[in-house]
Design a protein around this ligand. Sequence first.
Ligand SMILES: *[C@@H]1O[C@H](CO)[C@@H](O)[C@H](O)[C@H]1NC(C)=O
Ligand SMILES: *[C@@H]1O[C@H](CO)[C@@H](O)[C@H](O)[C@H]1NC(C)=O
Length: 191
Amino acid sequence: MGVVERIMFFMAVAVLCVASSTAEVYKVGDDKGWTTLSPIPDYKKWSSTKAFKVGDSIVFEYNPQMHNVVQVNYTDYKKCNTAAAIRTLTSGNDTIPIKSKGHYFYICGIPGHCAMGQKVDIRVVTHVTQTPPTAQAPASPSVPTPSSGPSPSADSAPAPSPKKSSAGTISKGLIGKFGFVVLAVVAAVAF
Ligand SMILES: *[C@@H]1O[C@H](CO)[C@@H](O)[C@H](O)[C@H]1NC(C)=O
Ligand SMILES: *[C@@H]1O[C@H](CO)[C@@H](O)[C@H](O)[C@H]1NC(C)=O
């Protein structure tokens, strides 16, 4: 019973770690938000340092009386032209979920602001260093399988050492670089 509870706890920790490593929320401009207040954030630099991926969100925070968010294509991003807007957001706290790969361009539609630098491009590419989202999605449904699996192995193998190594394998496969941290937590709880 205690072993099963420990395994359940490990699964909960693993799921939490996977969930927190899959969906990032990026606030455009970080603390400064979406603004023309001098010094205007370097939005190009800001976005170039982020590894956007499908499932993440970007948030534009701004004073809606001073700014807005207009999605445009590459040409209009370059020209600061909002005449052919793809979409316009005006709430002042706009969350945009990233639903597919691509290159997305957002500018402020208030005259002059884009030219001052209030424009950002979000490039969403296939993630190289992490498991692709398509492969991560089955990870959650597969979690219940191991939790029903340990019951037979708990009867056949009472020794804790095989359990520890199998848990280590699962955690490394699931969460990569976070595996070590999770292992430490699990070890601290279990032993
Ligand atoms: C962007 O939209 C404008 C206006 O519809 C069009 O003239 C231009 O060719 C488009 N550029 C791209 C890269 O699609
Ligand atoms: C913007 O929305 C997010 C989530 O809906 C919320 O956590 C945040 O406090 C909001 N920010 C402002 C300035 O209202």
